[in-house]
Design a binder for this molecule. Structure first.
Ligand SMILES: *Cc1c(COP(=O)(O)O)cnc(C)c1O
Ligand code: SF4
Length: 339
């Protein structure tokens, strides 16, 4: 149950999230120790993190089951040696981002929408991330490039929705976000502001009163697409953050990735949807894994994925069944696989 008093207790000083982030686990051995797991697993983790660093906020780790090496939250973040194996078809840029840059850091793939890679930073590092090899240093957004992106947006009146993504756009400070959102607000043909962020889940301290004020103050609809893969990610700290966001007028959607060993069962997916509904979050996409180098061990094949979603239809109201989708470079929209 999410009660009004829960949301009112969510008043935290703005600096708290940065402190929480600074205390995140950055060494696998520390997380394994906290979970009472064999520290021997950290050798494989050390090998696996050569290409993509390890990072897990303590609040997210607290939702993992003690002593369970197969915990679905742990599996999303603990590096494994298999990340160094090469698999056919698994590449650095599986969704063709680099071919679709309108200006550096601004992606334009689909009609009416443009996506800003606002930062490369994230509160958590998900091993299956399709941007785990993204060249943020060259293709990310900084000072002069932001001006270039804004000028492009200003000139293209067909863009009605701006999506802030990354990395995680909520890794920016409230001050920097406010400045960015102000500039976007000045482009009058942008009707909607959409934010793709996992921070509200992995670091709910990030949902500060300043951020809520900023979102409530945008002149049009604001949509926050969060990223939850398993019901265990949703605890009371997330519930408070979600309530506060909804009370600020933000529409909450969820995107998940279908991940082997994390959520590839009817029971896990059904409970995820039920729990999202409890938190006032509407399931949106269930993505098939993008074939990014280092993530092949998470793959669930398309036939099984279709079967899982077909089965979900028999357990849930239609509006709680996410759309199974895959991004195919060069297509006009994400390809819908099921239902
Ligand atoms: C996924 C994506 C979108 C949003 O697609 P929707 O189907 O509207 O959710 C927009 N731009 C880019 C570059 C994307 O990758
Ligand atoms: S939070 Fe999102 S962008 Fe960041 S590592 Fe995870 S999946 Fe990738």
């Amino acid at each position: 149950m999410i009660t009004r008093s829960d949301s009112q207790s969510h008043i935290v000083p703005a600096a708290t999230w940065q402190q929480a982030l600074a205390k995140a686990f950055s060494r696998p051995e520390d997380l394994l120790m906290a979970l009472g797991l064999d520290p021997g697993l950290s050798d494989a983790a050390r090998q696996g993190m050569q290409q993509f660093a390890f990072r897990v906020p303590r609040g997210f780790a607290a939702r993992m089951r003690h002593g369970d090496p197969d915990d679905p939250l742990l599996r999303q973040v603990l590096p494994v040696a298999a990340e160094n194996e090469q698999s056919p078809g698994y590449i650095a840029d599986p969704v063709g981002d680099l071919q679709r840059m309108a200006t550096p850091g601004l992606l334009h793939k689909y009609a009416g929408r443009a996506l800003l890679v606002a930062t490369g930073a994230c509160a958590i590092h998900c091993r299956y991330c399709f941007r785990r090899h993204f060249p943020y240093a060259e293709a990310g957004l900084s000072g002069r490039q932001l001006d270039q992106a804004l000028a492009w947006l200003e000139a293209d009146r067909s863009i009605r929705e701006i999506i802030l993504s990354g990395g995680d756009p909520l890794s920016l400070t409230d001050q920097r976000l406010a400045a960015l959102v102000d500039k976007l607000g000045a482009i009058r043909h942008l009707r909607r502001l959409r934010i793709h962020s996992r921070s509200a889940i992995t670091l709910p301290e990030r949902i500060t009163p300043e951020l809520l004020g900023l979102l409530a103050g945008w002149r049009g609809p604001v949509v926050l697409v969060v990223h939850v893969n398993h019901a265990n990610e949703l605890d009371h700290t997330v519930a408070e953050a979600m309530t506060a966001l909804r009370q600020s007028g933000v529409t909450l959607l969820n995107q998940s990735v279908l991940l082997r060993g994390v959520n590839d069962s009817v029971a896990a997916l059904a409970e995820l949807s039920e729990s999202l509904a409890d938190h006032g979050i509407q399931p949106y996409y269930l993505h098939l894994l993008d074939p990014v180098a280092g993530a092949a061990h998470f793959d669930v094949d398309e036939t099984r994925a279709r079967g899982l979603v077909g089965e979900l239809r028999r357990h849930l109201p239609g509006y709680l069944v996410p759309t199974l989708a895959r991004e195919i470079p060069g297509e006009q929209a994400k390809r819908i696989i099921a239902p």
